[in-house]
Design a protein around this ligand. Sequence first.
Ligand code: HPA
Ligand code: ZN
Length: 336
Amino acid sequence: MSLIKLIKKLPKTELHLHIEGSLEPSLMWALASKHGVSLPFDSVEAIEAAYQFEDLQSFLDLYYQGADVLRDEDDFYQLMMAYLTRCYEDNVVHAEIMFDPQTHTSRGVGFDVFMPAFQRAMDEAKQKWGMSVYLIMSFLRHLPEKDAIETLTQARAYYPMIKAVGLDSSELGNPPEKFVKVFAAARALGFKCVAHAGEEGPPEYIWQALDLLRVDRIDHGVRSIEDETLMKRLKDEGIPLTVCPQSNIKLCVFDHMKEHNILELLDDDLCVTVNADDPSYFGGYLNDNYRALMTHLAMDEIQLVKLVKNSFIASFLPPEEKNSWLRKIDLLVAGQ
Ligand code: HPA
Ligand code: ZN
């Protein structure tokens, strides 16, 4: 089987995906007109043309502006359903999806609007396609820790729907140490923990995420390569990195896909995974990201299978489910 076919055929998980970042320009346009929200663009094409970024902040400015069209329950249902449909098409059998409550509560759109919508779409995807979905509630790191603590409290009625907490938004100047208390509280409540670190920020932020926030996974983490001791720690403890290749190119973390370090990290035996981050803004869903590694980094079959297996190993699925998917992958690869 060709590598392209194998990318499509292998069951996969996606572990680093912001649901607000899957808002396609066409849906943004439709919801803006539904709610009478004025956008600074005069067509869907003009929205697409604006997706040129020089760094994380230039992207976040557009991303928060785009999320403003999400107003009622049906908007959030459509958003989640559109992404889960893409999962089905890409053979993503399990997804761990981040959402940013503060992006919505700050506009007067509360948990009672978006959580039932997410649940409805997740139930439908489970029923139609057998897909499993976990939610990761992410705190916005450019805001004070007290706002994150308030968000954790506001979410109380929905704790059973939430698997983990995360940390996203503007990394530089907002180190993990700012959020020690809220992560300790989340851990005490039984949530898994993840944090964006080492996307634009230095290796020191990854150390802090590990030592102070005690995270189970690092989102991005590509800058760990600058610190040999950190690389050893990640490897020895099997701490996964959820790497997002196309995101890193769009946000100029690397100048070109040919310079991306994901396969070096993989060949160094780190548990790296492939993810889309914000697919609508960065020009590709999960399989597009795998294909980019094949085209620009000459990823081979062994590396592909390792990356896909890592996506299950790094997930928060129960061990029996992980093992069952890993066995299916082995059978599929052996029988192709
Ligand atoms: N980094 C930080 N915050 C984010 C991102 C990202 O890639 N996407 C959405 N919020
Ligand atoms: Zn991200």
